[in-house]
Design a protein around this ligand. Sequence first.
Ligand code: S3P
Length: 440
Amino acid sequence: MRSSSSKSKPLSGTVRAPGDKSISHRSMILGAMAEGTTQITGLLEGADILSTASVMQALGAVITKTGEGAYTVEGCGAAGLQTPDVDLDCGNAGTGVRLIMGACAGYNLRATFTGDASLSSRPMNRILDPLRDMGVTATAQEGGRLPVTLESDGSLTPLSYTPPIASAQVKSAVLLAAVNTNGITTVTEPIPTRDHTENMLRAFGVKVEVTKRNGADLIKLEGPVALESTRINVPGDPSSAAFPIVAALITPGSDIIVENVMMNPTRTGLFDCLTEMGGHVQADNFRKSGGEVIADIHVRYSKLSGITVPPERAASMIDEYPILAVAASVANGTTIMDDIGELRVKESDRITATADLLRQNGVQVEELENGLKVTGGIVSGGGLVKTYHDHRIAMSALILGCVADGPISIDDASMIATSFPTFFELMRGLGAEIREDEIS
Ligand code: S3P
């Protein structure tokens, strides 16, 4: 399905951010590992989460939809996750496949993991290396790609691990394996990454200790430990809220509110950048929901200035660089985003994909070895953007089209449903000229 967008009138209105993708994945995975029935509300019903849910069912959990965004997960508990009868198709979901491999590692089972073309091109050794160190047998395709077959007898050795890259997925995979490992496993994080696994494990009754050592976080979990079912109300996703927020900031005359946005500091780096650029991004009405602080974000059109993004902020906005580059395209001056090599192994090579998207639409952009340099001013539009099956590239291109001189089209909008199935409806409700207009 192709899609396009064009210069929009001021955006206005109040919208609610969809459920957080990271927390939705973890709700399904931890719920499936737990004893008893976990009740989830506010779940993101995106394709990625539905893939994770069906994989957890294949591993033995019973998952039932009870309403919009409402699910129950009857966990495997003491019986444990089971060898599935089928290959586990994780679709497009990097978080899904990596966390589920970690969870499976601690049980006596054998499972083969597959995914779509994008997921099959992404590196899995970052997960398989520590899991092998703990005692898992894993076979993968060249370069550690899917399909991966993982085999464990469920008796792992505890590990002290410092991931070579800042990655919540790697940390989480090791911690999920540690749940069923006899002894103390530690993960050392010199740069903090999103801490949802730690927080949610605690909600399931697991003791996770975090201390500081030489400036790094030392995360400690002693297994084996039984997860107890719980209730989870999934807060709104700041990474999805980023799209209407940036759209309103850059579309002249706009004034919107995005409600229900999770404000966990490991996720809000983009908001810091936009504020530093001179954007009116005001968080109000702070409250707690599902164990996280949430707020409503009031955004007004603002004249932006370029900034240099501090590299140490990357982990707290790792998925937000493409949409930040869109904001930078209309900012006064140059925005430098460097030391973000990890973007090359996301759903697409997001450094190249973002540079292409901007260049095709007349924006001045330089691709660096590990980053991007964007100089704002001209956005002529008129391009047909290649999305490389990447939802965030697709949405970023459509938001840029709202301020471009000519319309911007994308080759495929179907992947948007992986993380933000209500994107079109929500953006159009605010007044954005975004269409799903051609069948390809
Ligand atoms: C995620 C972690 C991030 C992020 C992904 C979701 C998670 O990946 O890009 O969209 O839920 O743990 P890395 O931790 O590998 O950077």
